[in-house]
Ligand binder design. Structure first.
Ligand SMILES: *Cc1c(COP(=O)(O)O)cnc(C)c1O
Length: 394
């Protein structure tokens, strides 16, 4: 199995693919995993070779066999023509937006996007003459009404960060493509295993590999995959930045990849179990989990997704912020912190009201996001149960 012969004879299912993709053991003396190639300079045998750049690797910023193994694996899993790696998920969002914008361009961004995406748009892209407009994530095909001749990109994120709105991505993509705009998806929640971005009409798909790909809260990495139409422009933008990812992190991410399908399956099961249990609790007003039939985006989720990951949100009944803090502070198994997708469960109170501009976030009570890890579900429920009791006394 050499790098050149990466086609497998039979089409395999996703859980198998994550164990196979990007590996070429006999390029590395039979060792199962590619080694960590650290390097800046790559030597050429002759001046003619250097001038012709006639070898697979030419300089460290353009990639090493370790980073390329992850890029190739991800392209196969995402059904993409190419993938580039970045030092974080946020860097991947920036790179994708810069690939599909120019001075004078108009860009549409879902109002429910990851908040730092907005900071990149408003605090950075705007300085370069890009006009960013936020839209209601539930707009669907009506996004056609917001398209302008100079609209070059539409960013979707489904479900929305924290608030969990499910977007009609195929309808949005169709409207964007009618105007030749690039559809960029932040696909971090689902990963390509649960939402095949390019099959659903996205041109560029961003993954914060920091989350489910890494899976262990021990590294930062981003990935941008592209369909055939956008692959060249993406690679060109990537090379212009010299924004490579470290081979050590790529190697850790490849290790994470091998168990990603297994972890997602377990985290889906555990999160859905806990979401259903929370839904029936008197302290809880609503659980925002797209796999619950009560979720407004459930039908779209069923149509477009192959499953759910382990992150969802809860809206409490009208209790104080202080009571929620007591709930969270006393949890023994859930950590308090940003990010998610690791083996450890996390809880994060949130409020989207301060930064929404196209829609209003005004739930009936305080909100909490949970990322379910790999602990025993009954232990997690006991921890939450004790937390719910603290809601009442605070
Ligand atoms: C965490 C996250 C990112 C950013 O990833 P980092 O590696 O932490 O920069 C981007 N998008 C979404 C939806 C995220 O949850």
């Amino acid at each position: 199995m050499s790098e050149e012969k990466k086609e497998t004879k039979h089409k395999v299912r996703p859980a198998t693919l994550v164990t196979q993709a990007g590996r070429a053991p006999f390029d590395h003396f039979g060792f199962i995993n590619p080694p960590v190639y650290r390097g800046s300079t790559v030597l050429f045998p002759t001046v003619a070779d250097l001038e012709g750049l006639r070898q697979p690797y030419t300089y460290g910023t353009k990639g090493t066999p370790t980073t390329r193994a992850l890029e190739r694996a991800w392209s196969e899993i995402a059904g993409a023509a190419d993938t580039v790696l970045t030092p974080s998920g946020l860097a991947a969002i920036g790179l994708a937006l810069l690939t599909a914008t120019r001075a004078g361009a108009h860009v549409l961004v879902a109002d429910s996007a990851y908040q730092p995406t907005r900071i990149f748009c408003d605090g950075f892209l705007a300085r370069f003459g890009v006009n960013v407009e936020y839209y209601d994530p539930l707009i669907g095909a009506a996004i056609a009404g917001l398209m302008r001749p100079e609209t070059t990109a539409v960013l979707v994120e489904s479900p929305g960060s924290q608030s969990m709105e499910v977007q009609d991505i195929p309808a949005i993509a169709a409207a964007a493509h009618a105007h030749d705009a690039c559809v960029i998806a932040d696909n971090t929640w689902a990963t390509p295993l649960l939402f095949p971005p390019h099959e659903r009409g996205c041109d560029l798909a961003v993954e914060a590999g920091t989350k489910y790909l890494a899976g262990h809260a021990d590294l930062l990495i981003g990935l941008v995959s592209a369909n055939a139409k956008w692959a060249k422009r993406l690679r060109h933008t990537f090379n212009a930045f010299g924004m490579g990812s470290s081979p050590d992190d790529a190697s850790l991410a490849l290790r994470g990849l091998r168990t990603m399908a297994l972890r997602l399956r377990e985290q889906e099961r555990a999160a859905l179990d806990i979401a259903q249990w929370l839904q029936d609790r008197p302290e809880v007003s609503r659980v925002l989990h797209p796999a619950l039939p009560t979720h407004p985006g459930h039908e779209l989720w069923k149509r477009d997704f192959n499953g759910a990951s382990g992150v969802f949100s809860v809206i409490f009944k009208d209790v104080s912020k202080k009571a929620v803090a007591a709930f969270v502070d006393g949890l023994e198994l859930f950590g308090i912190g940003f990010s998610w997708g690791g083996y450890e469960s996390l809880a994060l109170p949130f409020d989207c009201a301060s930064y929404r501009t196209a829609t209003r976030w005004a739930p009936e009570g305080p909100a909490l996001r949970l990322s379910i890890g790999l602990e025993d579900v009954d232990d997690l429920k006991s921890d939450l149960e004790a937390g719910l009791a603290r809601l009442k006394v605070s």
